[in-house]
Design a protein around this ligand. Sequence first.
Ligand code: BGC
Length: 734
Amino acid sequence: MTKTTRTTLATSIALMAIFPAQAQQAAMDMKPAAMRAAATVRTMTADEKVILTHGIMPLGLSKTMPPIPADAIPGAGYIPGIARLGIPALKETDASLGVTYVMGARKDGATALPSGVAQAASWNPDLLYRGGAMIGSEARAKGFNVLLAGVNLMRDPRNGRTFEYLAEDPLLSGILVGAAIRGVQSNHIISTIKHLALNGQETGRKYANVRISEAAARESDLLAFQIGIEQGQPGSVMCAYNRVLGEQACASDWLLNRVLKQSWGYKGFVMSDWGAVPNIEAALNGLDQQSGEQLDPAVFFGDKLKDKAAGDPRWKARVDDMNRRVLTAIYAAGLDTYPVTPGGKIDFEANAKIAEEVARQGIVLLKNNGVLPLAKTAKSIALIGGYADGGVLSGAGSSQVHGEGGPVVSRPASGKGVWAGFIAQQYHRSSPMEAIHALAGSAKLTFRDGRYISDAVEKARQAEVAIIFATQWATEGLDLPDLSLPDGQDELIAAVAAANPNTIVVLETGGPVKMPWLDKVAGVIEAWYPGARGGPAMASVLFGDTNPSGRLPITFPASEAQLPRPRLDGSDWVEPDFGGNPTSGSDKLDLDYDIEGSDVGYRWFARTGAKPLFPFGYGLSYTAFESGGLKFKGLTASFTVRNVGQREGAEVAQLYLIGRNGKALRRLAGFQRVDLAAGASQTVSVTIDPRILADWKDGGWTLPAGDYRFALGKDAERMSEPVTVRLAGNRWKD
Ligand code: BGC
């Protein structure tokens, strides 16, 4: 039976009520910065006006590279300052997992957060804020004032960069990335949000052309960016490599001018991705800054831009606006009043604790037949695979962080070529084996690398418990051909599970994998790429010091056939190619995102009725929770969450829209992570963003009048009894 409550929605939907203090606070801060910026621009010479508009990647990658200025730090980008006007240089480093080591150009270590998807699995904005604040503080200490952090909606789990991104849901992605950006910018440095937009795969990444309707884009990928920008107020937006509706994203008038700047009123600046600028006209289409210019066909935004501005008032106005936008970000973040100086002190011990906390909250318990948590008195444990004696896997590409001392293991993905050293499987120095020894000191631990199945099986047979560390490495620049665990690991797991009934699989993966052995093993933990302190975090969950509370931010499909594009389009690459440059002007790859439209991830599964291996939002605990009493007051839902088990733990309460006017829908409408002692309960209230309930239609949001069905979800599949709310219709612009 369905309960119905009647309520009318106030005619003007107050969006700021949903995104309160921080967004308003940051928005208010932008105004004086924008006014100051305008005043500065009025004093700039024509030459000065093309300084902030372009810059190099300060790396001596080849002899043909431009000279590197003395004050530049090897990193992703450098934009000179203007001393006469007190404008500091922009010193840019990647990325959202920490300060990267840029192909070994800098050897100083940094603290690696767990992968983006691992961070998001915490469903905890406060934790993402803390992680962002931590990596931002390291960037600052190393002399950087711009951190190239990001978000992209996960449209395809085979995307090689899934590990960097947060979630397949726009609300979850937007709220979490907004929190991370606020954390980064709390250090008086600029954060980006990237890569705008629809940057869904790496294959053919510089020429793949996304076809999608405006409605579908607004309700999905663009909504994630919109919420992220409102919540985080990043100083800069990085546009993407791919094409959208036939235009390069970094030269897309629709994305940059009409959506970002006009519709959303964004006041900061758009920087290009590295090597993503096709021509000078990109400026008129909304691009404000050319980054890593030696990777583009030409330096467009220097002298060429000056010439244009000299001869044409339209270009002059654009150049002024470009400068105003860069300066607005500089002033709003306080780059000039809080100058960065390299050589700052970093408390690596304290920072590693934050990375560990993120890992612990992000680990997802996927299966437990009762074997977990393990007893610390276990007598013998066989550890197999994943270099678990030495470290934990990380993802590769521009987001690759090196801890102090570098990786404990580094396996190149290919034997030759420029990218051989860069695209490598690197393991952070955080040994799961040592961490297990620290918790279960009396257990005899044996380690086998897993290359020989018979040998691993024998060790597993002799031990009380067998733990297999299974890895799926992923990198920027390359997609995964399928979702299987590579290197024969499925066979290894099945054989070990047959030899030992207490076999536990710990997954270190960039994203979803298939598990043909699932019903044969006793337990499965998804630890993702768990970062600088991955070893202790895993051990803590295995032995119950941490009660797992992570929930999947992405659906685990049962097979690729369930995806909107069963075959990854263009997956005919031959070797790692970091650039994905078109090899000829005729390279063409159309991606039809209208297949799923805005029904990305779990929404696609709900629409098609396909049964995933594990749904979005899924995750087990060592205790049990019950949620109920769902009530509405306007768009604010309240309900009670109770810990009905024996241990303290955290639940991620999830509220879904499941139907509207008789039509089935599946949209995450709100969530909250709740920490509860055994037996305790808490009333939770979440205010729903009306855009989640609405459709994008004819240039605005439309909320049809009528009955909206909501339910509390254990995950995107298991729903409580629905509650129907009657809402008045509404329509509004962005
Ligand atoms: C990546 C960006 C990164 C930039 C600078 C590009 O290849 O797509 O995410 O920020 O390089 O390193």
